[in-house]
Every structure is written in C-alpha cells, then in structure tokens.
Ligand binder design. Structure first.
Ligand SMILES: *[C@@H]1O[C@H](CO)[C@@H](O)[C@H](O)[C@H]1NC(C)=O
Ligand SMILES: *[C@@H]1O[C@H](CO)[C@@H](O)[C@H](O)[C@H]1NC(C)=O
Ligand SMILES: *[C@@H]1O[C@H](CO)[C@@H](O)[C@H](O)[C@H]1NC(C)=O
Ligand SMILES: [Zn+2]
Length: 456
C-alpha cells in the first residue's frame, strides 16, 4: 500500500465523510463506502499510532498529495464587475488572495476563443493558431468555427496536455480547445466534458467537486471550469444593464458553492483557485457605425473580401491586388472627412500593426486588418437598425477590454495586489504551481517568481 495515496481519505474522514455527502455527484454503493472507510480507518490507525508520535496531530495529513489548480473562467467578466454588486464569495478570494491591480490584460483580438486558448497555452494567437472565433485557412480554404475540434487548427500545447504528459490527471469542465485530441490528451469522457451550454452552472461546480472524492492518485492536478456569463448578457444589453448585475451575482454564487464544497472536503486552503475572464465589454449603439460601402468612391470593398467585420476588421483581397494600394486607398477614404465616423477606423497591412498587438505571424490572419475605436462598429452598409448592446474584440489597450485575475491558494500571498499583466503569463504560473516543466511559450520565465510565494 502506498501511504501517499491514502492521505486524502484521512482528511475526508476526519473532516466530513464525503462518501455520505448528498451533494457528491459520484454515487457509490454502501459496501464500497464501507470498504473505503475501513481502508482509510486502517491507514489512519497505522499512520497515527504506528508511524507518528501519538500526541502529535499531523496537519499535513489534510493536504492533497499534489498541488491542484482549478482555473475558472467567467466569460466577459469586465474588470470592475466585481464591484457592481455584493459579491461576497469573489471577495473572499480577493481578500485572501492575489489580484491584478487594474485587471488582467487580454490578448488581441479581445475575443473569446483567441483569449481562452492564450490563457491555457501561454501563446499569442498567431502562435496557437486560433486567430479569431472563426476564420478561413488561406491554403486549404477550410473554415474554422467555434465547433471545430480537428487538431490541425489548435497549435501549441495547452495545459491539460502538458499535465497528462507528466503523468498527472487533468480535467476540463468546458474550455475552448479542451475537446481536441492532441498528444497524450484524448479528452477522456470522465474528465473532459463535451460542450453543452445548457448544463446548469451548479452541475458543473458539483462535478468539479466530485473529483476531490476520488482516490488521491485519480484527483486531477489541473481542472478547468467555464461559465458563459456575464458575456451573454453583455452582448445583448451592454455592460451597464441590471441584467449584468444579476449575472455577476450568479457567478458569485457559483464561486461560493465551489468554496463551500472544497471546505467541506477540508481542501479549500490547499487547492489553488484562479479566477479569470477572457476579455471585457463595452457598450455599443448604432450611431457609432462605419459603413465599408461608403469607401466605394476610393475603393470598392466587396463582401467576399471581408473575413470579419467588427470589431476586428479582416480583409483578404483576391491574389493580384496590391495590398499596400488597397490599404492606402481605404485610409485615404477614412481620413477624407467624407466618410461618416471615418476617423474612428484605421487600416493596416498586418505586418505594420503596432508590435504590441502580436497579430501578424500567421498565414491565417488576413493581410489587411482594421483597428476600430472603442465602442464603434463596422458594417458593410447601413441596415438602418437601431440597437444598443455590447461588444468586445477591440484593441487590448482599452481598459474596457480588461478582465479580472484572482489567485487564491498556498502560493498566492493573502491580500496582495500586483501590477496588471497579460494573460499569456498564466500558463507559466500554473506549471510552476504544479511543478512541471511547461512547453516554450510567450510568457516570461521569471514571471511566476514575481507573483508566487515560494513553496514551503
Ligand atoms: C482569510 O484567511 C484567514 C487566515 O487563514 C482566515 O482566518 C480568514 O477566515 C480568511 N478570510 C476569508 C474571508 O476567507
Ligand atoms: C445538455 O444539457 C442539458 C441539461 O443538462 C440536457 O438536458 C441535454 O440533454 C444536454 N444535451 C446534450 C446534447 O447532451
Ligand atoms: C512566442 O512563442 C513561440 C513559441 O515558443 C515563439 O516561436 C515565438 O517567437 C514567440 N513570439 C514572441 C513574440 O515572443
Ligand atoms: Zn468571451
């Protein structure tokens, strides 16, 4: 018998026998519970009365055998939403954890799939391949969308793959890319959920908690948990609507459910919980529009050149066009004073985009990219719709695109505030906590030392 594998059972037995926990979604028969109970009792006896001095309570017996990281994403959780309403559970993490002072900086474009995959690979989008939520491969003509699970699209090495490469278990309760079979990661059904946005958030939390009822060698060391809110409401009603407040409160209740479940199992202080979002949100309204058809007197832009309109304008003219000439004519039009809101859009050859955006080193990125000002939208022609809502995808320099970072656990100082950083640093933070060698990426090697406490 490997004593190490039995430690969590002691913890469960002495704190709260999770085999009897009605919230546990892993239903087990009474006889298995009895065997497990007896085995753990036998070990408890062996450990405390044979190996340890009788009068000394060994608190290390309550620790998990390996460091465990739960990475939570709340989609579209704009920095500042944590102050929209009473969020006691998120504030428990903040108060006793480490936060990014003015939020977590997303990668450009500030869209869901590029950012979630940057968080788990540490790579800027051109290097991990997911350069937009949808795009076309210029060589094969194949189209990527958010349901594409073929490995050819998903470059780099996501954390779940790094973790299983080191012989540990990883679990994903939804995350873009998690269902893609790559390397040693084969998305095993017990540990890897297929995306279904209808699954209630509390079921997701309960499944994550149930992993802590497993024998310790089966407990994943890295677990993802994803919530679609408050992004969903943000698009429909914009960031200042009461519906956002409700969505934030809902996410807060789920964080509370997770904390409670971890506490019941006696592991809350030992597990690292990292809460992030993928991007922020800004209000949009239909007076802030730019129509590409208005550019026609300088250069007509047919819709089949346009691979993405807004907020990320991406254009690929057919071969034979002089790209620099197209860019020049578009900017002439936009700066002419004769195109409505033209001054709020600037068009670039992708190689000439500001370096800080890291948005050129992939064939998948169309050669002409437009950067539109915060809150503006680009359309082909005026559809005379009147609607207000919210959007993201803009330049990651806008504060409205920022999201949150909270780290809580043994290696995060309590009540510490660190300067804001880009989400490509998260991969190295997590491999450092789990103590595994990660793949090379765009995070800085020294970053984990600047944000993490040394291990005891
Ligand atoms: C923060 O940590 C301290 C020390 O472990 C603990 O006593 C306190 O209850 C924690 N506070 C919250 C809000 O969890
Ligand atoms: C998605 O989840 C809902 C709620 O749990 C469930 O009723 C439905 O059957 C699921 N759909 C699929 C395709 O599994
Ligand atoms: C990002 O990381 C990849 C993989 O290590 C590397 O090829 C690329 O040069 C890096 N790019 C930047 C801008 O650091
Ligand atoms: Zn998103």
């Amino acid at each position: 018998m490997d004593p190490a594998t039995k430690k969590p059972l002691i913890s469960q037995q002495s704190d709260n026998n999770s085999f009897q926990n009605p919230n546990s979604s892993s239903a087990r028969s009474p006889s298995i519970a009895l065997i497990a109970f007896s085995a753990s009792f036998a070990f408890f006896f062996f450990f405390f009365f044979v190996l340890s001095p009788v009068n000394q309570i060994d608190t290390s017996a309550r620790r998990l055998v390996n460091p465990v990281v739960i990475l939570i994403s709340s989609d579209g959780f704009r920095f500042g939403y944590q102050y929209k309403t009473h969020t006691p559970n998120i504030h428990r993490l903040i108060k006793n954890g480490t936060v990014a002072e003015l939020g977590l900086i997303p990668v450009f474009p500030t869209l869901t799939f590029p950012n979630h995959y940057s968080i788990v690979t540490g790579l800027y989008p051109p290097y991990h391949g997911i350069i937009n939520n949808y795009f076309t491969d210029p060589v094969s003509g194949d189209k990527f969308n958010m349901g594409s699970h073929e490995p050819k699209w998903w470059l780099g090495e996501p954390l779940w793959e790094t973790v299983v490469n080191h012989g540990f278990k990883a679990a994903t309760y939804f995350w873009p890319g998690s269902e893609v079979t790559k390397g040693n990661w084969d998305c095993p059904s017990y540990y890897c959920q297929s995306y279904n946005g209808s699954v209630p958030f509390q079921d997701r939390v309960d499944t994550v908690l149930s992993y802590f009822d497993l024998p310790s060698s089966e407990i994943p060391v890295f677990i993802t948990l994803y919530f679609e809110e408050p992004d969903h409401q943000g698009h429909q009603v914009g960031p200042d609507d009461p519906q956002i407040t409700q969505a934030v409160a809902h996410v807060d209740r789920m964080i509370g459910r997770l904390i409670d479940g971890l506490e019941q199992r006696g592991v809350f202080e030992d597990v690292t919980v990292i809460m992030v979002g993928d991007h922020g949100m800004v209000g949009t309204c239909d007076e802030k529009l730019i129509f590409l058809n208005d550019l026609a007197p300088w250069i007509p832009i047919p819709s089949d050149w346009v691979y993405s309109y807004t907020p990320l304008l991406a254009i690929r003219p057919p071969s034979g066009y002089d790209l620099a000439d197209v860019v020049g004519k578009m900017n002439d039009a936009l700066q002419s004073g004769k195109v409505d809101n033209g001054e709020y859009l600037k068009v670039y050859l992708k190689e000439e985009l500001p370096e800080r955006l890291h948005y050129s080193a992939s064939d998948r990125i169309p050669p002409i990219i437009g950067l539109v000002a915060e809150g503006y939208k680009i359309e082909l022609k005026n559809s005379k719709r009147q609607e207000c809502g919210g959007a993201h995808g803009y330049d990651n320099a806008y504060f409205s695109m920022r999201t949150i970072f909270i780290g809580h656990g043994p290696q995060f100082a309590r009540g510490r505030v660190v300067p804001s950083f880009e989400n490509v640093q998260i991969y190295n933070i997590i491999t450092s906590i789990i103590k595994i060698q990660g793949a090379s990426n765009n995070g800085t090697d020294s970053f984990p030392n600047s944000i993490l406490l040394p291990t005891l």
